[in-house]
Write a protein that binds this ligand. Sequence first.
Ligand SMILES: Nc1nc(=O)c2c([nH]1)NC[C@@H]1CN(c3ccc(C(=O)N[C@@H](CCC(=O)O)C(=O)O)cc3)C=[N+]21
Length: 285
Amino acid sequence: MAAKIIDGKAIAAEVKAEVAQRVTAFVEKHGRAPGLDVVLVGDDPASQVYVGSKEKQAGTVGIRGAVHRMPSDTTQDALEAKVRELNAARDVDGILVQLPLPKHLDSQRVIDVLEPGKDVDGLTPISTGLLWSDRPGLRPCTPWGCMRLLQHTGVALEGARAVVIGRSALVGKPIAAMLVAKNATVTLAHSRTKDLAARVREADIVIAAVGKAELVRGDWIKDGAVVIDVGINRSASGKLIGDVEYAGAAERASWITPVPGGVGPMTIAMLLSNTVDAAERRASW
Ligand SMILES: Nc1nc(=O)c2c([nH]1)NC[C@@H]1CN(c3ccc(C(=O)N[C@@H](CCC(=O)O)C(=O)O)cc3)C=[N+]21
């Protein structure tokens, strides 16, 4: 089978068009735009690029975006105080603390301070609990974007065998919960998994989220499987490559995401969508 490509850029554009419409309705009803505030500590170049992109894309859908830049020697107390200030600010609907933080800062403690109603990254313990108990709440953006890509393929998740490779709090664990909620049978594989190839060979849905270039070999993919590649790795020559050996996998899969242009663009689109969700929920109190 030759795979159809899941065009993350195009689907992200659809999501953003929906968000823009909801923003217009929100402004009409409440007389202000939904607001997204990003906290960026230090000067990591990759983080600068991501945050710049978030700010720009927020603007294109009518969301008020602000970036709070703090120096790399910011203390834990100062960072937590900034988050509390944003928790209390009426016009702030979504707060995102850009990760990773400089090594001397404890990101879990910062996230614990975040007001769950403004947790547009879906990373607070409250958001995690709501997700695993199948209740409405803010969902982590990258896995939420993957679910939207799966929905686009039209492939049935109910009863499907899914393998998720990677157990991070940002992607692997939450997407496992989302797939279970859709009645898939989920294997959550990780670095200690025995015979990963065999687990992948039996999967109808493969989600690769480990951050190791081409770890998943093309010949592991079952004929007709759907492959979602969350990995963004840089090759020696500076090219972006995923966690899946693309060419081999694309010969077998029914659908596959490219890297770049697959999951990546969805992350920011879902962040904007979460910001409007948060704004609507807060305004309805
Ligand atoms: N609190 C927090 N929340 C995040 O959601 C978060 C974060 N911290 N820290 C960093 C990661 C990374 N991330 C990406 C966003 C967009 C692309 C993206 O748009 N990628 C494009 C372009 C890639 C490129 O050209 O570099 C693509 O894959 O096609 C990728 C990765 C969000 N993150």
